[in-house]
Design a protein around this ligand. Sequence first.
Ligand code: TRP
Length: 325
Amino acid sequence: MATPQVHGPGGRRSADTVSRVSGTLTTEAVEAATVRSNEISAELRRDPSAFRVLTGERTTGALHVGHYFGSLRNRVALQDMGVDIFLILADYQALTDHDASKELSQSVFDIVLDYLGIGIDPARSTIFVHNASPALNQLLLPFLSVVSMSELHRNPTVKDEIAHSGRGSVSGLMMTYPVHQAADILFCHGNLVPGGRDQLPHLEVTRDVARRINRLYFEEPYFPEPELLMGEVPLLLGLDGPKMGKSMGNAIYLHTSADETARLIKRAKTDSDRRITFDPEHRPEVSNLVQIISLCEGSDPHVVAEEIGAGGAVELKRRLTETLN
Ligand code: TRP
């Protein structure tokens, strides 16, 4: 496996990502990461071969249109620009959820099919799983040795996930998964990770691990210090109102057939206001459907709403079905 050079000032130490006082992401860190991410986007266009991207997902089931517009579409774009892409199907990370862990092989299979369906090309991009990569998992132990308990406890993304899980106790796997992610990234010598701001604390862990291991065990830097390619992800609602989720029964999956998609959209929740407008705050369900149309068509949601206007929910659903299929 060729090892790409870390591009740009990869070793630069930015301001602390996480406030030591509040334990949340600092505005400065998000702003600095946004500026850096814009520089990286320009570098990517100039020289895509300088980057190796590592990203992926926990194998908790097949992927839906929220995933597509949130991250998958962007991966295909990176691949087609000539960036080297590694996609981890994080089955060992799915073990944090004991229900999902019963269907791991089926999930891996479904996600690989989704990847192929959207245009990930296995001749150019590498898809792999934890359970078939013992050397990756083996890195977890030395990596854990350079991370302190207080660093693990401070990670705001992990804290949020724990708070939302509503569980009384937190497993060691859950607490340490950012370090496992560091193993995913550094195992591949990835130097770029696409993601939202919630990935910033994880990237900081990865960079800290890389720097500490390099200092402890290598004369020359062996692991790159990866950076975040920030993309703010549109939050799609499910067809019934709440966030589109794998386990919520409100998603349109990538594998959903055209007929089934039409049927699901027919049942989607709208409201009693006949005229279609784009107003996410006051009309979340209608605006969500407008937003999916605009994501598919690459058009402005206000313009889409204006065009449908008096056509009402019937025209909204007709156009959504057509464009999504
Ligand atoms: N944790 C990510 C998710 O839940 C998936 C993932 C695993 C990942 N390893 C990674 C993402 C490394 C970025 C980099 O979707």
